[in-house]
Design a protein around this ligand. Structure first.
Ligand SMILES: Nc1ncnc2c1ncn2[C@@H]1O[C@H](COP(=O)(O)OP(=O)(O)OP(=O)(O)O)[C@@H](O)[C@H]1O
Length: 595
């Protein structure tokens, strides 16, 4: 048997840097964030020794006289052993979780400094540890070697990172550009940050942001929101969570958003900007919200572009969801105007989530708006009006009967919009006290008053004659009384398989017409022409003895009813109408001549 030998993995630094820069640090600005983070962590470490220590970060920009980029902090610095152990070993961090107070630091993976290689072929770190007082210089090259030397001149306690910008990234080291980026990443930090250009020093950040202060008014929060997101929000809801120690503001958007569109938030981790597009700390139904949040205890992924999805995050999300729900419950009492504006703007999202979440449904039930034949109305308003809610799940059905419903004084919901039908069915299921009925043209027809039994004899021969005419159009005749009385005929069309549904639904609603419908209509029937016994023209028609004239008038009425019901009128029907009109005119002329 061969002798066993064990070997250590070797790391090709160049390959590693390429990997990191192409995948993990695809944005060349990342090094700014990583340097800021390291500076802040070093200051935090020194504060563990001296609570009063005032942190400061100074950035010196390259110039003709001094072509390097210098990033200095007055943090704890590095001892010689730290340099070997942490700076020079990829993946080693002095802030990892097995050290005490690890949760105070932003960094933890031991790779962040490598991002400097994206913009510079060399990284120099000059440092003096508060614990060792030895000024040292570490020089690392992208080729993978490094050296350490003792500095002859003394330097203050802290660390200075020196980079030689690659030509293609010169733009990043311009004062304006850099200032913007520093503010972007570091606007919530406690440390003073200044930029030095030549002989001038400019403090670009020094104050704790207003939204993180302990007492701040709603007006101030709205002003912060406007400045950060350029939006005049409807409202600002401050919140804090126990899980993950998140503190921030939920802003209610004043405009409707697409379900698929991602909102831009401002998410900070230990006051360092982390991400804009990470939605994971918000409940998925909070499309109408933009969030400004700092978390002290949640973790970031290694790329630092999002929060780590773990139990703590899920717990924090639950707390935020509870805050938002409580707000929505209370805002109705506190500020009705805002409540109504929220509903008017975001009802589509609210409907979607009312479907998923019974709490949501309970909050908004009364005020959920629906489109009806009489404009937009809230659920409660419709119920109050007629003690029940009628709706059409199909737009064609709605189109067909909205005019009739209107003249009958009925409010009819057009539930053909996304979520409406499903939501009404859910409400019906959950709140059995409410009477909610799906309407089809035929069902509406069934609510029309039938002719009295005693009158049947009077109509028999007329009915037979007209049915014979309508047989040519596969249409069944009904005679009823309905409003408006100036409407002589209504045409309805029903899918074959809807007949049974209609019957069972009418039965469910204890509608006496259910039995009539079942017995009087075979399943094959699709088309119905309902004549209005109260209409003057129909009354006159009953007295016409001339079968040709009756046929012509009926054909005109049939096509007119199609048009009224917004059914497509085919060439055949147009031809029938024209022929019928022509016959009527001829008949009229004959009568005229005979006079
Ligand atoms: N400005 C600094 N002052 C003191 N120590 C520093 C400084 N910058 C880096 N270090 C040391 O170098 C180590 C490696 O830094 P690096 O930025 O690569 O990773 P990290 O900050 O530990 O973790 P992450 O990869 O999550 O940012 C740090 O853990 C720290 O010990």
């Amino acid at each position: 048997m061969q002798e066993e030998k064990s070997y250590s993995f070797q790391v090709n630094l160049k390959g590693m840097i390429a990997l990191l820069s192409e995948h993990l640090y695809s944005d060349p600005n990342t090094f700014i964030r990583e340097l800021l983070q390291n500076g802040v962590d070093a200051i935090t470490a020194l504060k563990h020794l001296d609570e009063q220590h005032q942190g400061k970060i100074t950035i010196e920009l390259p110039s003709i006289e001094q072509p390097k980029f210098l990033f200095s902090d007055n943090g704890i610095g590095l001892k010689e052993t730290d340099i070997h152990q942490f700076l020079s070993v990829i993946g080693e961090s002095s802030k990892s979780k097995d050290i005490k107070d690890a949760q105070d630091f932003i960094g933890k993976f031991g790779i962040g400094l490598l991002s400097c290689f994206v913009v510079s072929d060399e990284i120099i770190v000059e440092t003096k540890s508060a614990l060792e007082q030895l000024p040292l210089r570490w020089t690392a090259r992208a080729e993978g070697d490094y050296k350490i030397e003792r500095l002859t001149e003394d330097i203050p306690v802290g660390t200075r990172v020196i980079l030689s910008p690659k030509k293609q990234f010169n733009y990043i080291f311009e004062a304006d550009y850099l200032e913007k980026k520093i503010k972007f990443y570091g606007d919530a930090l406690r440390e003073n940050i200044s930029i030095v250009v030549g002989a001038t020093e400019k403090i670009i950040h020094k104050e704790e942001p207003q939204w993180l202060a302990s007492s701040v008014s709603k007006a101030e929060l709205l002003a912060v929101g406007k400045e950060l997101f350029h939006v005049n929000f409807l409202d600002a809801i401050p919140f804090e969570t126990t899980a993950g120690k998140a503190k921030g503001v939920l802003y209610i958007l004043p405009f409707r958003t697409q379900f698929s569109s991602k909102q831009r938030h401002r998410i900070y981790l230990k006051r360092m900007f982390l991400a804009e597009e990470d939605q994971s700390i918000l409940p998925n139904w909070a499309f109408f919200v933009r969030m400004l949040v700092n978390t002290e205890e949640l973790s970031a992924t290694a790329s630092r572009e999002s929060l780590m999805k773990n139990d703590l995050l899920r717990q924090a999300r639950k707390e935020i969801a509870a805050v938002l729900k409580t707000y929505l419950q209370q805002v109705k009492k506190i500020d009705f105007d805002i409540y109504i504006r929220i509903i008017q703007t975001h009802y589509l999202h609210l409907k979607a989530f009312a479907l998923e979440d019974p709490d949501f449904l309970a909050i908004f039930l009364a005020d959920i708006p629906f489109e009806t034949n009489r404009g937009q109305r809230s659920f409660q308003n419709i119920i109050d009006h007629q003690q029940q809610l009628y709706y059409c799940a199909d737009f064609e059905d709605f189109k067909q009967i909205d005019r009739m419903a209107d003249t009958q004084g009925m409010i009819l919901v057009n539930a053909s919009y996304t979520f409406d039908t499903e939501l009404l069915r859910r409400i019906k299921q959950k709140y059995s006290d409410y009477k909610i009925t799906e309407m089809s043209p035929n069902q509406l027809l069934e609510t029309f008053q039938p002719i009295h039994e005693d009158e049947h004899n009077h109509y028999v021969s007329f009915q037979k004659e007209v049915q014979r005419i309508l047989d040519d159009y596969s249409c069944v005749l009904e005679i009823r009384r309905f409003k408006p009385i100036d409407t002589p005929a209504i045409f309805t069309k029903m899918e074959q398989n809807n007949v049974e549904n209609t019957i069972s639904q009418l039965k469910e609603n204890a509608n006496p017409f259910a039995q009539v419908l079942k017995t009087s209509r075979p399943n094959k029937i699709q088309n119905t022409l309902c004549l209005n016994a109260d209409n003057a023209l129909i009354k006159t028609l009953m007295d016409i003895k001339d079968v040709y004239m009756l046929r012509s008038v009926m054909e005109v009425l049939y096509v007119q009813a199609l048009i009224l019901g917004k059914y497509p009128v085919q060439e055949r029907e147009m031809k029938v109408m024209n022929e019928a009109l022509k016959s009527l005119i001829v008949m009229g002329l004959d009568n005229f001549v005979n006079l």
